[in-house]
Design a protein around this ligand. Structure first.
Ligand code: PLP
Length: 447
């Protein structure tokens, strides 16, 4: 049994134990379910995944942002087991469950929403986003939704339309959902307007004047949706003025502001929710991923008058708010607070950025390092002047890391950003080893 204190160790690279699963996967699982690593899990704890070969890996992607509290925190496992012994499912719309109302109470208290708030639960991040749009349209009686270049909001028809990466997410899947309007975010390393912060004077906010003339009239726009730090888009951290500026524009034009905190929530950025860094309060906030330590759970929290606007039965679903996932969510929130994971995220972020900045001095291919708490992105380019994206080196480094016992993944519209999403319970020794492996892999691939 793993303790969670193990280090990365590749003892037995590959045998028929892995081969059997890989060949079954090739035969029976849709190719559209992409496979990044031919690693088969046997057990996981904290920041460690052990495979069926006995290799231990440091998890630097946290089940894609799901495991801020680590793999299998003991109180979460116990809460799930206790709930399984009571009941698994009722269908909340007919027979209520205590975990549903308890987590709703908890979330409405911690969410940075102005005034009374209400919540509803679903299963995936995409579902939470779909419901945010439904609520916004229902309340405003308007249809338009503003989304951003580089955004990722999910894989359903509406959310892939809101997403701005064609391959793989939207390719061949049209026609897309109507009434989505797109504008550039504050991605300062690759400013859409070729300007420099701060001398730009936040032109990306100014640009809305023209946008409302050339693209869509605000009278037609129900909501603006944004990830406070873009995830899939490449861990794009906007300057401090950007989100308050957007909220201002929304307020002036009767547009609702939706923060998609599916990836940024639950202490990843060093605060419970990333919008708290910017001092803004969204009208609606979506969450998922790390809320329940890997049990499928998502939700929408927002101003009570908005959340109460659709009529009975207009939101919900068969599985929305599984009692087992909600029990995991309640225990995860306790654990996050008890272990002070916001502070841990800040420490992990500061240490990792310092280490990576030293690596950047050796390698001109590292164009940009950006972070908010422990949401850290390293953008690779072929040339620091031209900033031509370097997805080839990015995937070679990721592969080299996996061979040494570190699982890490890419992000970015060009696939040229290495993203770090380590569980926030990672030990100091594991973090140091992970960054050693990352540095060795940079040295090996970039020479
Ligand atoms: N929104 C954001 C910001 C995300 O990062 C994701 C997933 O990565 C989603 C929505 C979609 O979540 P799910 O994959 O659970 O549908």
């Amino acid at each position: 049994m793993l303790t969670g204190n193990e280090k990365a160790s590749i003892v037995n690279k590959r045998s028929e134990k892995t081969d059997k699963v890989v060949s079954k996967c090739k035969e029976h699982v849709s190719k559209a379910i992409s496979i990044g690593n031919e690693i088969v899990a046997a057990e996981a704890k904290g920041a460690i995944i052990q495979d069926v070969e006995g290799n231990t890996y440091i998890d630097f992607f946290g089940g894609v942002g799901v495991l801020n509290a680590g793999h299998r925190p003991e109180p979460v496992v116990n809460a799930v087991k206790a709930q399984l012994d009571k009941y698994i499912h009722t269908f909340f719309h007919q027979v209520m469950s205590e975990p549903y109302v308890d987590l709703a109470e908890r979330i409405t208290k911690i969410a940075p929403i102005e005034g009374p708030a209400k919540a509803a639960f679903f299963n995936s991040g995409a579902e939470a986003v779909e419901n945010a749009v439904k609520v916004a349209r229902s309340f405003t009686k308007k249809q338009g939704i503003i989304a951003f270049d580089g955004a990722f909001h999910g894989r359903t028809l509406l959310t892939m339309t809101l997403t701005s990466k064609v391959k793989p997410y939207r390719f061949n899947f049209g026609p897309y959902a109507p009434e989505i309007y797109r504008i550039a975010p504050a991605y300062c390393y690759r400013c859409a307007y070729n300007l420099e912060y701060p001398s730009c004077g936040m032109y990306c906010l100014e640009k809305f004047h023209k946008f409302f003339k050339s693209e869509v009239d605000p009278e037609h726009v129900a909501a603006m949706i944004i990830e406070p730090v873009q995830g899939e888009g490449g861990f794009v951290v906007p300057p401090k003025e950007f989100l308050p500026g957007l909220v201002d524009i929304c307020k002036k034009n009767d547009i609702l502001f939706i923060a998609d905190e599916v990836q940024t929530g639950f202490c990843r950025t060093g605060k419970m929710f990333a919008v708290e860094h910017y001092g803004v309060k969204p009208d609606l906030l979506t969450f998922a991923k790390s809320v329940a330590s890997g049990m499928p759970l998502s939700g929408l929290v927002g101003k009570a008058e908005l959340m109460d606007n659709p009529g009975p039965g207009q939101l919900g679903g068969t599985y929305g708010g599984s009692p087992v996932s909600l029990a995991a969510g309640l225990a995860t929130l306790d654990y996050i607070e008890e272990k002070k994971l916001s502070e841990a995220a800040q420490k992990i972020g500061a240490y990792s950025v310092k280490r990576m900045e030293a690596v950047q001095e050796k390698h001109p291919e590292i164009g940009d390092i950006r972070a908010l708490g422990a949401m850290i992105g390293i953008e690779l380019v072929k040339d620091r002047q031209t900033k031509e994206p370097n997805p080839e080196a990015t995937s070679a480094i990721i592969k080299a890391c996996a061979a040494k016992g570190l699982i890490i993944i890419a992000a970015g519209v060009y696939g040229n950003v290495i993203r770090m999403l380590a569980p926030l319970v990672i030990t100091d020794e594991q973090l140091a080893q992970a960054l050693d492996i990352l540095e060795e892999s940079f040295d090996e691939i970039l020479k």
